[in-house]
Design a protein around this ligand. Structure first.
Ligand code: NDP
Ligand code: MG
Length: 377
């Protein structure tokens, strides 16, 4: 179990739950970081007393400096601030910012040999090969927070060599079974309302389009060192099984729990140990049926596109993920329709030439270009 942690994206859904877990487990919080929600960040600073906090937006950072002038806390800003929050004091980092802005800070935390409690899946999608190689080289442990990957991680502990196939489960989101014509009028309010999970806006939209499952597909390839053909997506609307692994002899192991992100967050912090938790227990008498379906890739083109980009490799996943961030932001702002998300991402993937084994700078350049193309009028 870790004794100290910094939380990147502390004002978000995963960030807030991480701080609650740290408090309950008696883990000291060394640094916090957010983008611009300084009202909540100030509350968190007063409650957890970190020595350092970072605000991406410089104006908000300046206002926060004034607001907490009575405390011994240094306030950084911009990407530099976020990177310092990742690499400074503390045994572990929860990467819970949304989007590929988490890439550099995650690399810094790896260079500092910290445990990465990884929620920020976009980082692995855009640069998984580089991130995993760096972690191996530095001996930095990456413990997944994403519920599916936490499940796979737990099922594989001590038996990685026996793995034959990963069964990545997903609820199918709020529009499961809807045709393209039916999803055309979906509003941001409808898209962010997920039946089983309460999450940030971007990942909620990704869950609706199933781009989230596509990002998780690529995340799993990197985390567990498997090929696209070794992962099967299974629709499981109840979200009780959080994912499964099939072993060489045909045995299938699954991890089950009530859908509450607090649990994988706690596990990433206590690993390799476990501790008691306050979360609701599974009640098999109340649970009802567990059902499973094959995804209909024609109805969830974002998942099909992500699986295709996983096979293409190189820059394709980074381009796809950055284009998706830009398109989802436009959708949430009411500027484009729901189906335009896929159209913009697919068009951007086709427009940016791919290349094998990209370096970090190539990835960052492609990320920027993809945002420009997908976010344009
Ligand atoms: P939220 O939108 O709720 O929170 C995002 C957090 O990141 C906020 O604290 C936000 O700050 C901060 N942030 C965003 N951009 C920057 C930036 N440029 N610099 C510093 N901080 C920034 O997202 P979630 O908590 O839902 O998701 C976070 C990550 O975890 C995502 O990668 C997501 O895919 C992953 N994840 C989330 C799950 C969930 O249940 N929510 C489940 C599995 C994975 P501010 O508040 O100031 O804007
Ligand atoms: Mg997940």
């Amino acid at each position: 179990m870790i004794r100290s942690v910094s939380v990147l994206g502390s004002t978000g859904s995963i960030g807030r739950q991480s701080l609650a877990a740290a408090k309950r487990l008696g883990i000291r919080v060394t640094a916090l970081a957010a983008q611009r929600n300084i009202a909540l960040l100030e509350e968190q600073i007063r409650a957890f007393r970190p020595a350092y906090a970072a605000v991406y937006d410089p104006q908000a950072a300046a206002a926060l400096r004034v607001a907490v002038a009575d405390l011994p806390v240094e306030i950084g800003q911009g990407l530099e601030g976020l990177r310092r929050a990742a690499a400074g004091e503390g045994e572990a980092v929860v990467t819970a910012v949304s989007g590929s802005v988490g890439l550099r800070p995650t690399m810094d935390a790896i260079a500092a040999k910290k445990r990465i409690c990884l929620a920020n899946k976009e980082t692995l999608v855009c640069a998984g090969a580089i991130v995993m190689a760096a972690a191996r080289e530095q001996g930095a442990q990456i413990v997944p927070v994403d519920s599916e990957h936490s499940a796979i991680f737990q099922c594989l502990e001590g038996r990685r060599e026996q793995l034959r196939k990963i069964l990545l489960t997903g609820s199918g989101g709020p529009f499961r079974g809807w045709t393209r014509a039916e999803t055309a009028g979906v509003t941001p309010e409808q898209a962010v309302r997920h039946p089983n999970w309460n999450m940030g806006a971007k990942i909620s939209v990704d869950s609706a389009t199933m781009m989230n499952k596509g990002l998780e597909f690529i995340e799993a390839m990197h985390l567990f060192g498997v090929a696209p053909g070794d992962i099967q997506v299974v629709i499981h609307p109840q979200s009780v099984i959080h994912s499964m692994v099939e072993l060489v002899d045909g045995t299938v192991l699954a991890q089950l729990a009530v859908p509450d992100m607090g649990l994988p967050i706690q596990y990433a912090m206590t690993w390799p140990d476990r501790g008691p938790s306050p979360y609701q227990r599974l009640d098999f008498w109340q649970m009802g049926d567990m059902t499973f379906q094959q995804p209909d890739l024609e109805k969830v083109p974002c998942l099909a596109l992500a699986m295709d980009c996983a096979r293409r490799g190189g820059l394709a996943p980074a381009v796809m993920s950055a284009a998706n961030e830009a398109a989802v932001a436009l959708f949430l702002a009411g500027k484009i329709g729901y189906n335009d998300i896929y159209d913009r991402v697919a068009a951007t993937v086709e427009r940016i030439p791919n290349r094998a084994d990209p370096a970090l700078d190539d990835i960052l350049a492609a990320d920027e270009e993809a945002r420009r193309l997908a976010g344009g009028r």
